[in-house]
Design a protein around this ligand. Structure first.
Ligand code: CA
Length: 220
């Protein structure tokens, strides 16, 4: 899942980026509100962790602007103080949850899983497709009950395709997922990852939509 982290505190932001990446999120980290606002207009994220106290534009203003565009991406706010007015403003502006600093990384991860679960309307957050099961909370994929070991990028691609069956995932979307913004990976690596996934699962699982991207058929 692609996560936008907006935090101006270098130390905290750095720690969060590492922790969230280890938990399996594809993290983009920005350090001011205006840049975050631009990114949220231009790009699609699955999840946003947004500090309230930011330079240029506050987290509440970024959130207000996001919701005014009818964008329902789940947002978790971080508040520096135990300020009740901040929390009320944040929830009124359409935040899905908030955490008061300092907080525990495990609690943040649990709350992110919960808001993703709520936003996708799934009671449990397992994704199942024939004999393939993805457990995003553990970052685990199994085939017929046996765990399959995948690279980070392979996991991101398969997770995305199986969450959007019946829809074509464009090359651009998948490349964003696997490279983020600041990667220098070779342009052919998407094909390589798809090749590996077909070998590990089923050669017919992922269809190539020539000139557009890839797709996994909806189960009938
Ligand atoms: Ca701050």
């Amino acid at each position: 899942m692609r996560l936008l982290l907006v935090e101006d505190d270098e130390l905290l932001g750095d720690g969060l980026k590492v922790g969230l990446t280890q938990a399996g999120y594809r993290v983009e980290w920005l350090k001011d509100g205006r840049l975050a606002n631009h990114a949220l207009k231009a790009e699609q994220f699955d999840l946003v962790v947004l500090d309230i106290g930011l330079p240029e534009m506050s987290g509440i203003e970024v959130l207000n602007a996001l919701r005014q565009r009818d964008n329902t991406t789940p947002v978790l706010l971080l508040t520096a103080y135990d300020a009740i007015s901040d929390r009320i403003n944040g929830l009124d502006a359409g935040a899905d949850d908030y955490l008061v600093k300092p907080f525990d990384l495990d609690e943040l991860l649990a709350r992110l899983r919960a808001i993703v679960r709520r936003s996708t309307g799934r009671a449990v957050n397992l994704i199942e497709y024939n004999d393939i099961t993805i457990d995003p909370s553990k970052h685990q994929i199994s085939k017929a009950g046996t765990d399959v070991s995948l690279s980070q990028s392979e996991y991101q691609i398969l997770h995305y395709l199986l969450s959007h069956t019946g829809k074509v995932a464009t090359r651009q979307k998948l490349e964003e997922l696997i490279h983020g913004w600041d990667s220098n990976s070779e342009s052919n690596s998407l094909e390589v990852f798809i090749h590996h996934l077909r070998k590990k699962f089923d050669k017919d699982l992922i269809r190539t939509i020539r000139g557009v991207g890839y797709m996994v058929d909806k189960l009938s």
